[in-house]
Write a protein that binds this ligand. Structure first.
Ligand code: PLP
Length: 398
C-alpha cells in the first residue's frame, strides 16, 4: 500500500492560502472552554439568528421531501428569484435572467469555480491588498500572474486608482473589486467604479465584483454596483450570497451572476465539485428574498450602532486610530505606532485580554500595522472588549 507522504502532495497545494480567522476562532474557543470570557470579534459572521420565516421555509421544505439532487446551476425558481432581486436592487436594465445566475454553497465556492472557469496559467489577475484571502488563493492555485493594488487608508480604504491604471493592460483578464470591503469596511465611490469601468472597456478585462456586503451599507446614498454602469453588464461577474445579509453563514448559500455562456461553464465546475446545493437550503433562500426586508434593515441598524460605539471607543485608546467604516461589519484600526507585529498583537489581546481579533497582515502585506475587528458582537461585549484592550495594549512589548 502507498503511504501518503507529504512529498506526494501536488506542488500547487503550496500556493493555497487560508482564512486565518478560523484558526483564531479555534484558539479563542479553547480559552473559553477553560472558563475565561472571550469577546469574539475575529470571525466575519453576523451573531444574529436567521430570521424565523427563513428557518420555517427550510423546515417545511424538508417535511415536503425537498431532499434530493437539484440542477448543478441551482433550482430554476431560486435562480429566477435572485435574477429579479439582484436586478431590482442594483438597477440593472435590461435585468438579469435566471440563466445568468449560478448557485453555490456560499459565495466562496462561487469565487473559486468562477476563477477556475476563467484563469489559465500565466493569465494576468488583478486584485487589491488587504483582501479577503479567497481570491489570491484561487488565482495562485490556478497559477495566474497576480498583481495586488494597495488600498489606501488616506483614500478611506479605497483602491489606489493610479496604481491600478499602471498595472492593467490588454493582457489583464480579471480584476476583482470588493465593495463594501472586507477587512476595512471601505466603499468604492461611483466615480471610482466609473474609472474602473472605463479601464475594463479600454483593456477588455472582466470585473469580478464581490458584493456580498451590499446590504451591510451605512451611507445615505444608494448602493452602486459596477454592473449597473454603461457597458458593464456583459463584463461583470457579481458575487453575492445569503450569509451576511440574512445571518445565514452556516447554511452555505451564495451565488454569482454573469453572462450566460460563462454561467454554463461555472455550472460545469459545480457539477464536478459539489454537484448541487441542498434543495431545502435553496428553498430557504427563496423565502429570504420573497419575505420581508425588515430583518435585513434591522440587523443593519444594529451593526451601525455597534460600529459607532466600537470606532469611537478605539479612537480613545492611545496608540490606536480608526476610520469610520462605510459598509460591511469590520473596523480596521491603525496600530502602527504600537507595533508592526499586528498578528503578535492580536494574539496578545486574545491571550492576555480575552479579545479575539485578527492581525491586518493576515489579509495581505498592506494590512501590516492594522487589526481587524468584526463588530458582530453585542454592545455589552464591545464595551467590555474596549476596556480590556485599553488595559492590555500598554503591556504589549513593542
Ligand atoms: C469579501 C467576502 N466574500 C465572500 C465571502 C464568503 O461568504 P460565504 O461563502 O459565506 O457566502 C466572505 C466571507 O467572509 C467575504 O468576506
Amino acid at each position: 500500500m502507498l503511504a501518503v507522504h507529504e512529498d506526494r502532495l501536488a506542488a500547487a497545494v503550496a500556493r493555497l492560502g487560508s482564512e486565518n480567522a478560523f484558526e483564531i476562532l479555534a484558539r479563542a474557543r479553547e480559552i473559553e472552554a477553560r472558563g475565561r470570557r472571550v469577546v469574539h470579534m475575529e470571525i466575519g459572521e453576523p451573531d444574529f439568528d436567521t430570521p424565523e420565516h427563513i428557518k420555517k421555509a427550510a423546515v417545511d421544505a424538508l417535511y415536503d421531501n425537498h431532499t434530493h439532487y437539484t440542477p448543478s446551476s441551482g433550482m430554476p425558481s431560486l435562480r429566477a428569484a435572485i435574477a429579479e432581486y439582484a436586478s431590482r436592487f442594483r438597477g440593472i436594465a435590461p435585468g438579469w435572467e435566471a440563466h445568468n445566475v449560478v448557485i453555490a454553497p456560499g459565495a466562496k465556492p462561487a469565487i473559486w469555480n468562477t476563477l477556475s472557469a476563467l484563469l489559465d496559467p500565466g493569465d494576468e489577475f488583478v486584485y487589491f491588498d488587504p483582501a479577503y484571502p479567497a481570491y489570491a488563493s484561487a488565482a495562485s492555485y490556478l497559477d495566474a500572474k497576480i498583481h495586488a493594488i494597495p488600498l489606501l487608508e488616506s483614500r478611506n480604504w479605497r483602491m489606489d486608482l493610479e496604481e491600478l491604471e499602471r498595472r492593467v493592460s490588454a493582457k489583464t483578464k480579471v480584476v476583482v473589486i470588493n465593495s463594501p470591503h472586507n477587512p476595512t469596511g471601505g466603499v468604492l465611490t461611483k466615480s471610482d467604479l466609473e474609472f474602473i469601468a472605463q479601464l475594463a472597456q479600454r483593456f477588455d478585462f472582466l470585473v469580478l465584483a464581490d458584493e456580498i456586503y451590499s446590504r451591510n451599507f451605512y451611507l445615505d446614498s444608494p448602493y452602486v454596483s459596477i454592473a449597473s454602469l454603461p457597458g458593464m453588464r456583459e463584463r461583470t461577474i457579481v458575487v453575492d450570497g445569503f450569509s451576511k445579509a440574512y445571518a445565514m453563514t452556516g447554511w452555505r448559500l451564495g451565488y454569482a451572476i454573469m453572462p450566460e455562456r460563462l454561467a454554463r461553464t461555472v455550472t460545469l465546475f459545480n457539477n464536478n465539485t459539489f454537484s448541487c446545493v441542498a434543495a431545502f437550503v435553496q428553498m430557504a433562500g427563496i423565502a429570504a428574498l420573497a419575505g420581508p426586508d425588515e430583518p435585513v434593515t434591522r440587523m443593519n441598524e444594529i451593526f451601525r450602532t455597534r460600529r459607532d460605539r466600537l470606532v469611537n471607543g478605539l479612537n480613545q485608546i492611545a496608540g490606536i486610530s480608526c476610520l469610520l467604516p462605510e459598509g460591511a461589519f469590520y473596523a480596521f484600526p491603525n496600530v502602527a505606532s504600537v507595533t508592526d507585529d499586528d498578528r503578535g498583537l492580536a494574539k496578545f489581546l486574545l491571550e492576555g485580554g480575552g479579545v479575539a481579533c485578527g492581525g491586518g497582515s493576515s489579509f495581505g502585506a498592506a494590512g501590516k500595522g492594522y487589526l481587524r475587528f468584526s463588530y458582530a458582537a453585542s454592545l455589552d461585549d464591545i464595551d467590555w472588549a474596549l476596556e480590556s484592550i485599553a488595559k492590555t495594549l500598554p503591556k504589549f512589548a513593542r
